[in-house]
Design a protein around this ligand. Structure first.
Ligand code: AQP
Length: 339
């Protein structure tokens, strides 16, 4: 008689980026470059979260284009689309369905404490919509749908992940062990890359152009933006986020991109001027982005290929999602159908 060899399930990773603009160096350092590190050990799902993007007004034709652009960025960053499930959130309706259910397990008080909601409502006072408010319940659905173990994200998403964990535990307390309670995965340096113009604020793709490096910026634009980056007037290269946020941000960018410690980079540049610091950051960013940009250009020239990847992977994601969703439907008491 044959004995079955026990199969160990690979743990699951889920993360997403909004196609609300072209991704920034912040998205790259805080999230994207960590994705590749996980692809061998985990079953990874990397999502283009277009449903999150419409919590802020988007131009339809641009959003459509950016979804493809972001899928191409994922692949150009080195992710193998056969190994990783790279897909669009709106192609898998299970995200919306679970999100509705989880809305009913999320409290208004919790949602109103979310920093991103406060920041974005201040930025978009003419459009403080319910989707912006319940964004974290959709994010919880994204993650919990796949029984995710690990979520590689930047520091700005920590609060949303905490809420996801709370929602999962709350649901499990009522209905038994339905959801895996996920952990965050954060890089050692660079989990919060700051704006080049206001280094007290995080770098964001929907802020004015000169505040961020866009991953597809050509070298001359990168050089110009970094040259204009805000520093301070004391002229000393030292890491001190409170008193020298601009200089500290530039040091962190080099440290993160070269996987070195901040102390190491500071020692290397100590005694030099801010011009030298900026040249060093510029070279390092250009060098990092060059291969990604070359690959991205090739991919964008083959849209049918990109569409085929997204279609294929949406199907895989839907299949995985349906396992969790049917369990959830049963647990909450929805009537059976199709029997
Ligand atoms: N500045 C940042 N430093 C480090 N990590 C960052 N992330 C975003 N900004 C930084 C991480 O990138 C991933 C994708 O983020 P997102 O696009 O889903 O949403 P976001 O956090 O709201 O990013 P943006 O660029 O600020 O987008 P907009 O301007 O549209 O709101 C997440 O893991 C995030 O932590």
């Amino acid at each position: 008689m044959e004995t079955a060899t026990p199969t160990t399930r690979k743990k699951t990773v889920f993360s997403g980026i909004q196609p609300s603009g072209t991704s920034t160096l912040g998205n790259y350092i805080g999230a994207l470059r960590n994705f590749k590190l996980l692809e061998d050990e985990f079953q990874c799902l990397y999502c283009v979260v277009d449903m999150h993007a419409i919590t802020v007004r988007q131009e339809a034709s641009k959003l459509r284009q950016r979804c493809l652009e972001l899928a191409a960025i994922y692949i150009a960053s080195g992710l193998d689309p056969k190994k990783n499930i790279i897909y669009c959130q709106s192609h898998v309706p299970a995200h919306a369905e679970l999100s509705w259910i989880l809305n009913c397990y999320t409290y208004m008080g919790e949602l109103s404490r979310m920093t991103q909601f406060k920041d974005k409502s201040a930025k978009h006072q003419d459009n403080i919509n319910a989707g912006l408010f319940t964004y974290p319940a959709l994010m919880a659905a994204d993650i919990l749908l796949f029984q995710t173990d690990l979520v590689p994200i930047g520091a700005d998403q920590k609060q949303h992940l905490e809420l996801t964990r709370d929602i999962a535990q709350r649901f499990n307390n009522v209905h038994g062990n339905v959801f895996t309670v996920p952990e965050g995965y954060f890089g050692k340096v660079g989990s919060r890359v700051m704006s080049l113009q206001e280094p007290e604020r995080k770098m964001s793709k929907s802020d004015p152009e000169d505040t961020f490096i866009n991953l597809l910026d050509p070298p001359d634009v990168i050089r110009r933006k970094i040259k204009r980056a805000v520093t301070d007037s004391d002229g000393e290269i030292r890491f001190d986020t409170e008193n020298k946020p601009g200089v500290s941000n530039l040091l962190s960018i080099i440290a993160a991109l070269e996987y070195r410690s901040i102390e190491d980079i500071t020692a290397e540049l100590s005694g030099k001027g801010y011009g030298a610091l900026k040249d060093r950051v510029t070279d390092c960013v250009i060098q990092t982005l060059e291969p990604l940009q070359t690959e991205h250009k090739k991919l964008m020239a083959d849209k049918p290929y990109l569409h085929s990847i997204l279609d294929e992977n949406a199907e895989k994601a839907s299949m995985l999602a349906s396992r969790t969703l049917s369990k959830v439907r049963r647990k909450v008491g929805f009537a059976e159908h199709g029997k």
